[in-house]
Write a protein that binds this ligand. Sequence first.
Ligand code: ATP
Ligand code: MG
Length: 412
Amino acid sequence: MAKKLQSIRGIHDGLPSEVSKWRKIEDVARKVFATHAVSEVRLPILEPTELFVRSVGEETDIVSKEMYAFEDQGGDNICLRPEGTAGAVRAYLQAGLTRAGAQRWFYMGPMFRRERPQKGRLRQFQQIGVEYFAVNGPVADAEMLAMAQCFLDTLGIEKVRLEINSLGCAACRPAYRETLVAYLNARAESLCATCNDRIEKNPMRVLDCKNESCQAQLTDAPEMVAHVCGDCETHFSGLKSGLDALGVRYEVNPRIVRGLDYYNRTAFEFVTDQLGAQGTVLAGGRYDGLVESLGGPATTAVGFAAGMERLAMLMPDGDKQGVDVVVVALGDGALPYSLQVASQLRATGVAVVHAGGGAAKKQFKFADREGALFVAVVGDDEVQQGVVALKNLATGEQQVCAIEQVVSLLKG
Ligand code: ATP
Ligand code: MG
């Protein structure tokens, strides 16, 4: 036997029971986002590698070690997108929308990161993301979070909590950074190698270290929320009172830092205890500096992304497409008419599978395996009269009826 090929490690197949959950997630997202007048965009999966180096940041795990980046046949450095925000900003600039007023976008699609695969941590995963451009002030942040909460509620996902933080801005972060670096340097010997590496490069990430012995050293570490400037303070309190007014529950978690470099002010995560270490299901924040750093004018922006596979893990099992009717043809003479019966029923929106003709017993067995609700039996008599014998498999009841009648019987 030839050797069986396997999918790449950390890359899953979407089989019917999972895909039905994804579709539900997508449907709910479309409906909920529409009530906030958010429009769908479909952006490229391949982007120039430099886009992520310049936006996500060279010191992040994503850019330093997780990108599927390569040189193509023409010598261009391209990569499979690891996240959606950078591409959205590129598209926003490329389309010349910076003077077109507020833009509210959402997208859904695959992202790629070469991480260590675990439950809820894949190398190809799907995100649903939302990005608002040229939308200012804490009202936008609060409303976006209310929208995200409504999205999760409508999916029936409970047991998630919202945590928020302020990451400061270009005015207040540098001074805080110095305070933090001094604090960390004083404890460097007791921190892990990764933390030591981050003290100079990305000190706020040290606060996020999953290592318990590191956390024990950090209990009284200075926190950004306590060092924000007046404008950031006003923004943060505006966000909190907006959430209060909207009835969105939250906790302030001063340790939320976000893995990507481009965030400022608002940062948030919806987290659950049900997925082990992969507890963040939806995360995002404000990134007012990113449009400018990618060559555009200073433009405010806020967004989030949710991992579809993690959301699906919190939902009850989905079903594959159900079968309403199996059409059974008794004898070759009935076959052409039975095919027409199947296609006429489908035209009314009924889910139909043809049993393929042949021995009656085999066809009824097939209908059972398909889990059909009804069997429409077609023999010579039915052909002549232009009817079907419809059998309800649950009750065993059978009646002869015209095709137009079948639909009302199915509903009844
Ligand atoms: P984590 O802390 O779990 O690594 P992250 O901070 O890297 O998440 P983001 O880049 O903010 O995550 O992505 C937003 C969401 O996308 C996450 O909250 C998560 O639900 C999902 N996600 C991120 N990476 C993966 C992955 N490798 N596999 C599956 N889902 C993921
Ligand atoms: Mg990550």
